[in-house]
Structure formats: structure tokens, C-alpha cells
Ligand binder design. Structure first.
Ligand code: NAD
Length: 489
């Protein structure tokens, strides 16, 4: 395990089954965003570190791919047991380095464990197809085989969950793996790799390289890597997809979002306003599934607006470790400035600011990166707050006259990750689900997050690739289908 240098942890890479120093000359400070304190230093590793990780994964591949799938799954059963044992510690690490509340952090660890559980089904999920006598005396069968060394690049917002959308599916199908955490939140993934090591995973099957863009570009370019999974903002997702596929790799890149939440006049607001508010303010809005545009249709505008204002004002902002806190800080001082900048642009562009989170202060955490829940009304999709992904606790109310207008507003946006409708009309829900541009749709559900046995990913500028994350798509992404046609004399 990495050593603590003075009072701040300096992170190492994990290569060939050991924690090793990175070839880094620069470091990124990891913060506890509630306290505004530096709690670690992420080495900005170099292409030489990626080379070492790929060499280790390449060496480990032949023996691992020959390990029976059931034995590979046993490693994941052991990992699950260790994650259950250390569940609380993992959740507390997520809250410490990311800021989301402990309740939210626990939910994200649970989602990560679900991915491990689903991947344990590989002996069934990996099975192929077969048909005898495709011509007289000739049989055909298809098996799924691992493809080699695979890599995943993670964002900052779900350190316990997003890496597990990929890692368990990649290794259980017989591949070896290189993980690059976000430099902003490396601590949870360090713990998870430590648990993997204790799960009797052979050295080299999983490697971890800390760093930033140099590591990302080296992963995209490396001739020894066969597949790249990426999750992050749209600009970097597009870059990674183009660069990795240009180098001949299989790639899937999940990008940013601008999610529309539509409220119909027949919505049951008494039962829905809690989940609608949670959709916008959960994880301080730092979710790719977060509501961003709230679209009341017709005469439900005033009631939706008033209830949203009341819901925003009822939240308690503070350190996510405290049990009564319902919204934590955003990830960094820089991101706080960015979110505040968007609120200022919203005011300048003529939206009506109903709840202003800019001046929110937390008495016992004076240095934390807090932005309070914010509500704007009369937002147009042409305004910056109506168009850009803010990734903070800002609800932009943009009323529409009809459901068709609401759908058209959503469809005109380049992102298409998730969306939700609140209604008691089956017909409206059906129309909405059919014509929504987003590929994750909630009906009376605020955050339409597919479980680990379904595909996760958006459309348009929210997703580059074809096979999505986890579920059967995960198995498909990490395997090649080999067809054998045979005749015996
Ligand atoms: P980001 O794009 O800044 O960073 C993601 C990863 O890319 C990190 O590991 C980072 O080190 C690396 N990176 C950053 N800039 C780079 C560059 N110029 N060149 C190469 N690599 C670079 O994203 P983030 O801020 O960490 O995460 C938030 C974003 O992720 C939001 O846009 C959010 O919507 C998105 N996200 C999407 C999903 C999804 O399922 N679609 C899920 C979670 C997060």
C-alpha cells in the first residue's frame, strides 16, 4: 500500500500486483471538498507508467484467459464479500474525497457491488450459440473469447460505481485490465484495488495508473490495449472515442448530459416533488442523470415552480458526513466558481432567480466548496443555463405549452442522456418514452438509472460507440465472437 508522506497521502500506481511509485514530476492535490483541505496527492503519471501497466497486463493475459470462467468468477465473489465487509469504509471514503452525503455514497457503493454480482453470472452470460447440420455433416458453433488488455478511464463523480461498470465485466470474461481513476478522487479506487488484491486475483490482471490527460492519451494510443471504456464530459468523450478508434481499438465513451424533467398537469405532485427535487439536487447536481431543465407543461407551471422553490429551501447544505445534511459541497473550488459563474450568466441573460445558492455558507465548514440549491424560472434553451451542462445544484425551469413542445425542446439539445416524465396518463408516458431523444427514460422516476443487468448509456453527444456499459452489453464489449464451422470425416 502507498505510504503516507508527512501528513498527506501520496498515491502510487498498482502494477504487476504491487504498489509502485509513478514516474511523475507533477502531482494533483486531492481535496476533501467539505473541509477545503488537501488530503492526498495524485501523481500525474507518464506514458512510461502506462507502458509498464500494459506490459504487466499483457504478461498476465495468457494464464488468466485460460483460467476457467467459474474460477474467474470466484475472484469476484470474494471481492463482493470484502466490499460488503468494508462497505461503510468505502462509503466514507467516497464522501471524504467527493463530498456527496454518506447516504448517497452508500447508494453508489451498493450500485458498484451490484455490477460485481451481475458479472459473477459470466458462466451463463458468456455462453455462445451452436447449430448442427448447417449442411449435411457440418456443424457450426460460436464461443465468446476475451480480447486482451482493456482499459477504463473514470470521471470524478462516482468513484466507487463507475469503474465497476467495466472492471468486473472485463476480467470475468478473461481480459486483463488497466484502470485510470479521476485524479480528483483516487482514494476509493485505491481501496477497491486493495480489496481485489485480497481476493486472490493473480498479479497483473488488474493494474491502476493514476494521472490526467497524458495517461489518457497514452491509453488511447498504446498498441497493446485492445479496448477503451471512458466516462466523463462530452468534449473528452469525443476525443477519447476518436483517438482510440483511430488507433484501431474497440471503444465506448459515455459523455456529458443536459437532462429534461417534464411535469404534466395530471402529475401527482404530492408524491413526485420529493423525487423531482432529489433528481436536481442529489449529489449536489454532479450526476450524469441529474435533472437540469424542469419543464412544466401548461397550467402546472406555477404549482411546480412554488413546490420546487420550497423543496430547494428545505435542503440542509453541509458536510456530507453529518447525518442531518441533505446536500454536500461540489467537488472543488474551481468547480464552485464555474457553477456560480453560470448563476451569474443566468441573471445577466434575463432568467428569474428564485432561489440563489451563491452565498450559501456552512458555519462549521467555512472553507468548504458549497453552492446552495438554486432555482431559476423563465429559462430559455438559448441561455447558457438552458443549454450547457452546469453539473451543479441549479434547476432551470423552462415552461412548455404542450407535451409536444416539451419533447421538441429536449430533442433540439445535442445531449441525450436521461429524461423523466411525471404524469398519470399512460398515453402521455408512452408518447414521451417513444419520442424522447435520451436513451434512459423515467416515468414517475426522477433518476432513471438502469440496474447493472441492463445497459447504461445515452445517445447523440452523450454517448460515442455502440455497446453500452454493463449488463449484456458489457459481456459483448469485452468479448469477440468466434465462429467454428466443422466437418469430421
Ligand atoms: P472529465 O471529462 O473532465 O474527466 C474524465 C476523465 O478524463 C478523467 O479521468 C480526466 O483525468 C480525463 N481528462 C480530463 N480532461 C482531459 C483531456 N483534455 N484529455 C484527456 N483526458 C482528460 O469529466 P469529469 O469532470 O471528471 O466528470 C464529469 C463529467 O462526466 C460530466 O460531464 C458528466 O455528465 C460525465 N459523466 C457521464 C456519465 C454517463 O454515464 N454518461 C457518467 C458519469 C459522469
Amino acid at each position: 500500500m502507498p505510504q503516507v508522506s508527512s501528513d498527506v497521502l501520496v498515491l502510487d500506481n498498482f502494477i504487476g500486483g504491487r504498489w509502485v511509485k509513478a514516474h511523475a514530476t507533477e502531482y494533483f492535490d486531492v481535496h476533501n471538498p467539505a473541509a477545503g483541505e488537501v488530503i492526498g496527492r495524485t501523481p500525474l503519471s507518464t506514458a512510461a507508467d502506462v507502458d509498464a501497466a500494459v506490459a504487466s497486463a499483457t504478461n498476465a493475459f495468457p494464464a488468466w484467459r485460460d483460467t476457467p470462467v467459474n474460477a474467474r468468477a470466484q475472484v469476484l465473489y470474494r471481492l463482493k464479500a470484502l466490499m460488503e465487509r468494508d462497505f461503510e469504509e468505502l462509503a466514507r471514503t467516497v464522501t471524504t474525497e467527493h463530498g456527496k452525503t454518506l447516504y448517497e455514497a452508500r447508494g453508489s457503493v451498493r450500485r458498484g457491488i451490484e455490477c460485481v454480482e451481475v458479472a459473477c453470472g459470466a458462466p451463463s452470460l458468456m455462453q455462445g450459440l451452436g447449430l448442427e447440420d448447417i449442411a449435411t455433416g457440418i456443424d457450426c458453433h460460436v464461443v465468446r473469447q476475451p480480447i486482451g488488455v482493456c482499459a477504463a478511464i473514470a470521471p470524478f463523480n462516482f468513484p466507487a460505481m463507475v469503474p465497476l461498470w467495466f472492471l468486473p465485466f472485463a476480467i470475468v470474461t478473461g481480459n486483463t485490465f488497466v484502470l485510470k481513476p479521476s485524479e480528483q478522487v483516487p482514494l476509493t479506487q485505491r481501496k477497491m484495488v486493495d480489496l481485489l488484491q485480497r481476493s486472490d486475483l493473480p498479479p497483473g490482471v488488474v493494474n491502476l495508473v493514476n494521472g490526467g490527460r497524458e495517461v489518457v492519451d497514452a491509453i488511447c494510443d498504446h498498441p497493446g490495449i485492445r479496448a477503451v471504456s471512458f466516462v466523463g464530459s462530452t468534449a473528452v468523450a469525443r476525443h477519447v472515442y476518436q483517438r482510440a478508434t483511430h488507433a484501431g481499438k474497440r471503444a465506448q465513451a459515455l459523455g456529458g448530459a443536459k437532462n429534461f424533467v417534464v411535469v404534466m398537469p395530471d402529475a401527482d405532485l404530492d408524491r413526485s416533488i420529493g423525487v423531482i427535487s432529489e433528481s436536481f439536487y442529489g449529489c449536489a447536481g454532479e450526476r450524469c442523470l441529474a435533472g437540469s431543465m424542469l419543464v412544466p407543461v401548461g397550467d402546472v407551471h406555477r404549482e411546480t415552480r412554488d413546490r420546487m422553490v420550497a423543496a430547494a429551501q428545505s435542503l440542509k447544505v453541509g458536510d456530507g458526513m453529518q447525518p442531518d445534511v441533505t446536500m454536500g459541497p461540489v467537488i472543488s473550488a474551481r468547480h464552485r466558481e464555474r457553477v456560480v459563474g453560470y448563476i451569474e450568466r443566468g441573471v445577466a441573460e434575463g432568467a428569474k432567480l428564485l432561489v440563489d445558492g451563491r452565498r450559501t455558507r456552512v458555519a462549521d465548514r467555512p472553507n468548504g466548496y458549497f453552492v446552495g440549491p438554486t432555482v431559476f424560472d423563465e429559462v430559455s434553451p438559448r441561455m447558457a443555463i438552458g443549454h450547457d451542462e452546469i453539473f451543479g445544484p441549479v434547476a432551470a425551469i423552462a415552461p412548455a405549452k404542450t407535451l409536444e413542445d416539451a419533447i421538441a425542446m429536449m430533442r433540439s439539445h445535442p445531449n441525450a442522456n436521461a429524461t423523466s416524465i411525471f404524469t398519470s396518463s399512460g398515453k402521455a408516458a408512452r408518447e414521451f418514452a417513444k419520442h424522447a431523444s435520451a436513451s434512459m427514460v423515467g416515468v414517475n422516476i426522477g433518476v432513471a438509472a438502469p440496474m447493472a443487468y441492463f445497459p447504461f448509456g445515452g445517445a447523440k453527444d452523450s454517448f460515442f460507440g455502440d455497446l453500452k456499459a454493463h449488463g449484456r452489453d458489457g459481456i459483448e464489449f469485452y468479448t469477440d465472437k468466434k465462429v467454428t464451422i466443422s466437418r469430421w470425416f
